[in-house]
Design a binder for this molecule. Structure first.
Ligand code: DGL
Length: 246
């Protein structure tokens, strides 16, 4: 893989297409970095896997990532962050950032409901985050089928079907605790008629702060590679993401 001198190389990992929404935000903030997007689309949903299976799968991908000697890796999957980030940070010597639900800004404004995969909803990491940042007014609601529906129907989302998969809540705002859900963020906003938060912007800002200053010349845009899973689908979605997010 040819890389340009001075450009940070950032490896992303999600089970499938969800992390593309975070990649998009990061490329907008840091166009001069080089990105490699790792995915495992044929094994979505990760949110229904046991912790042992998740650790095994995440470790398999991180072994490949480590061969690239990245400047940093970004876990673009709330499920893998919640279940595997500590384990991965102990095993690998490059920096590992992980997306988390944006509970802090949501709870600051009122009560909030975090929508997440079953594995995230049931994780100690999310419970701890909800206690630490949720101001005693944060509930966690598992959405067992939502990520897989989005993964399989991204070109043809049926809004009625999404509605049927969204839980009821009286909370003042909604926090998206799965990167797949960001593809339907606008629809979720309409459905609940309440503010919806996701962790994409915060994670992209964290990555920019983390990387500090580097060569930000506009003509020096970095490349993006897609690796693992359904590479064709991931690259096609990424190249059309503005239309898909509309
Ligand atoms: N996109 C992943 C997340 O943020 C999970 C989707 C899945 O269940 O595979 O949690």
């Amino acid at each position: 893989m040819a890389t340009s001198f001075k450009k940070p190389k950032i490896c992303f990992f999600d089970s499938g297409i969800g992390g593309l929404t975070l990649l998009y935000e990061c490329v907008r903030k840091l166009p001069c970095a080089e990105y490699v997007y790792f995915a495992d689309n044929y094994n979505v949903p990760y949110g229904s896997l046991s912790e042992d299976k998740l650790l095994n799968k995440a470790d398999g991908v991180f072994r490949q990532i480590s061969l690239l000697k990245p400047s940093a890796a970004v876990i673009a999957c709330n499920t893998v962050t919640a279940r595997c980030a500590g384990y991965l940070r102990e095993r690998y010597d490059f920096p590992i950032l992980g997306i988390q639900p944006a509970i802090k800004p949501a709870a600051a404004a009122g009560s909030c409901a975090v929508l997440a995969t079953p594995a995230t909803a049931d994780s100690w990491a999310l419970k701890e985050l909800a206690v630490r940042c949720g101001m005693g007014r944060t509930e966690v609601l598992p959405c067992p089928e939502l990520a897989l529906y989005i993964e399989n129907n991204i070109y043809n989302i049926d809004k009625e079907k999404i509605n049927a998969l969204l839980p009821e809540t009286r909370a003042d705002s909604i926090v998206l605790g799965c990167t797949h859900y960001s593809f339907v963020k606008k629809h979720i906003e309409k459905y609940y008629s309440r503010p919806v938060f996701d962790g994409n912007l915060g994670t992209a800002e964290h990555l920019r702060t983390f990387l500090g200053n580097f060569d930000h010349q506009p003509e020096n845009t970095g490349k993006i590679w897609f690796c693992g899973g359904d590479e064709k689908k991931n690259s096609h979605i990424f190249n059309n993401i503005e239309t898909i997010l509309k």
